[in-house]
Design a protein around this ligand. Structure first.
Ligand code: SF4
Ligand code: SF4
Length: 183
């Protein structure tokens, strides 16, 4: 399958047609993650229109999309951008295209939830900075956050940590099954 066919196939699976998008930009205007994204939802659709699958698969956008569907709500043509983004994310994973920072954030966040049943921001930030090779990122805001008690210093695990671990294990098994079915 050549790149154009792959792109068409992904769009078909997501039930999205690139010509439905007329680049009004309302999706990117309402996307809560747009600030950190390179393409944003409008850019994803533009790349699809010009056949730039490579830009889509290598973008930060496909890893930062939270699937909140704010873009779909705002779109005058109901273009389901997150469904297409999800297909693009699977295609990127199939090709082994994984952004290091996103992968590190996913892993450190999950490790945190596994250990405490909820996120402990200080440890999450510390491990993320170390493994993402960004040791000084956000360091200057730390004293202010501690002095205002915005983040706790010590982790405060929930009572049902074991239950959370069981949920994560089930989700991982399901994720593995979904991947096997898609391959
Ligand atoms: S809101 Fe809809 S039509 Fe407008 S740019 Fe976004 S996807 Fe395209
Ligand atoms: S679903 Fe994704 S692209 Fe759409 S608004 Fe939410 S984060 Fe942005």
């Amino acid at each position: 399958m050549n790149e154009n066919h792959t792109l068409e196939h992904l769009m078909k699976k997501a039930d999205v047609r690139s010509y439905d998008c007329y680049q009004c930009g309302k999706c990117s205007g309402g996307c809560p993650m747009a600030e950190g994204m390179d393409l944003g939802p409008r850019g994803i659709m533009r790349s699809a229109q010009i056949g730039a699958l490579d830009s889509i698969l290598n973008s930060s956008t496909i890893w930062l999309c939270s699937g909140c569907y704010a873009c779909v709500d705002r779109c005058p043509h109901d273009v389901n951008v997150p469904a297409f983004i999800e297909e693009a994310r699977y295609e990127a994973m199939r090709r082994g295209i994984v952004r290091r920072d996103s992968e590190v954030l996913n892993r450190t966040f999950l490790a945190n939830i596994r250990a405490f049943g909820r996120s402990h921001e200080m440890l999450l930030a510390a491990f993320y900075n170390i493994f993402a090779l960004k040791p000084t990122q956000d360091l200057t805001s730390l004293p202010h956050m501690i002095s205002k008690k915005l983040i706790p210093i010590k982790p405060d695990p929930i009572r049902g940590v074991g239950d959370v671990q069981a949920i994560i294990a089930r989700a991982e098994r399901l994720d593995k099954l979904v991947k096997e079915v898609r391959e």
